[in-house]
Design a protein around this ligand. Structure first.
Ligand code: GLN
Length: 347
């Protein structure tokens, strides 16, 4: 009788011990690493990943060192965490589309972009001409189903920046990029020249956008300034600071400057969420929940609103034109830190 009683007690004790152990393990699993640890872990995990290939349709991009790998994370209170090469500059390429769109939204309002260009994903490649043909019939009759993060919409957004001449327009474009990065950026002249010599496709897009009414005048100037903005040199820390400006409701958390109105930031983030990685935007959002933007120079920025901006520079790209290592590293870091805004309970 008493032996049976003891057995029961031991059984009960064992059950309690197991339950406590399970609870402890699950608490530990929910503990987040500190940002520096998360950044270091991703750097070490992906530094040897060799998938993807530099863009080569702009000849200067093929010459960039494919081993370049830098990660930076900037929190909304201005703390900076980095790993790898955060000094070497690459051309910003399509990531500039976000900041020119933001500049137009800041100056002319959310409606201006929606009515002229649209805020819908095209589901097509970034320089698709078929996408232009697909929506041109709705110009003037409603919001076009395009957006400022694909080349036709981006060249049109650049054409919307006001200014008496090309230099005046450029001063506003570079000024907004500088404020977002918190330092004075400059154009990588070799990339600008290389793309200017080989951008016949974008010239064709610019001419079509004028023909269909998205661009009102002077498409060659819009294409040239767009090419220039794509050639701005940035490192991983610049890009992360630019992303952090968007994470911090329009305020650059490093310099403290309010770059754009807080109320206008969610519109920018929405377009990034739906179209930031071109035809792979859905897949990216599915895994991270983060508004993001890639560039064919190898940069990728992502925004965890209210938490942090993050950027990776690594030139080899996948078929959709997005940096392979950057996607993997940012997803790993954000998911480790609970950065997914669509999963608030997991924070
Ligand atoms: N300047 C590049 C182009 O127009 C930008 C493309 C990109 O980064 N996806 O082709």
């Amino acid at each position: 009788m008493s032996r049976q009683f003891n057995r029961r007690r031991i059984g009960l004790l064992a059950a309690v011990v197991v339950a406590v152990a399970v609870a402890l393990v699950s608490v530990a699993a929910q503990q987040r690493p500190d940002p520096q640890t998360a950044v270091n872990n991703a750097f070490n995990q992906f530094r040897t990943l060799k998938e993807g290939k530099n863009a080569d349709y702009i000849p200067a991009l093929a010459k960039v060192d494919p081993n370049l790998f830098g990660i930076a994370l900037v929190t909304v209170d201005g703390k900076v965490f980095t790993a790898g090469d955060i000094k070497t500059e690459v051309s910003i390429q399509s990531i500039s589309k976000v900041f020119t769109m933001a500049q137009v939204i800041q100056e002319q309002g959310l409606d201006a972009i929606e009515k002229r260009i649209g805020v819908d994903a095209t589901g097509a490649r970034f320089n698709s001409i078929i996408a232009i043909e697909g929506v041109r019939t709705v110009v003037g009759t409603g919001a076009p189903e395009m957006n400022p993060l694909v080349n036709p919409g981006a060249i049109s957004a650049t054409s919307m920046v006001t200014g008496a001449n090309a230099n005046a327009v450029w001063a506003k474009i570079i000024g907004f990029h500088n404020d977002s990065a918190g330092r004075s950026l400059s154009v990588l002249q070799d990339v600008y020249k290389s793309e200017s010599d080989s951008n016949q496709r974008n010239q064709a897009i610019g001419a079509l956008m004028l023909a269909y009414g998205y661009i009102k005048a002077n498409w060659p100037q819009a294409v040239d300034l767009y090419t220039r903005q794509c050639s701005i040199g940035v490192n991983a820390k610049d890009l992360a600071t630019m992303a952090a400006m968007l994470a911090a409701s329009g305020k650059n958390p490093v310099t403290g400057k309010q770059v754009m109105d807080a109320a206008k930031v969610p519109g920018v983030l929405a377009v990034m969420a739906t179209a930031g990685l071109y035809d792979d935007s859905g897949k990216w959002l599915y895994h991270t929940g983060l508004p993001a933007k890639s560039g064919v120079g190898g940069g990728l920025i992502a925004v965890s609103p209210g938490k942090f901006g993050i950027a990776v520079v690594s030139p080899p790209l996948d078929d959709a034109g997005n940096s392979v290592r950057a996607q993997r590293a940012i997803a790993a870091i954000s998911n480790a830190l609970g950065g997914n805004p669509l999963a608030p309970a997991a924070r």
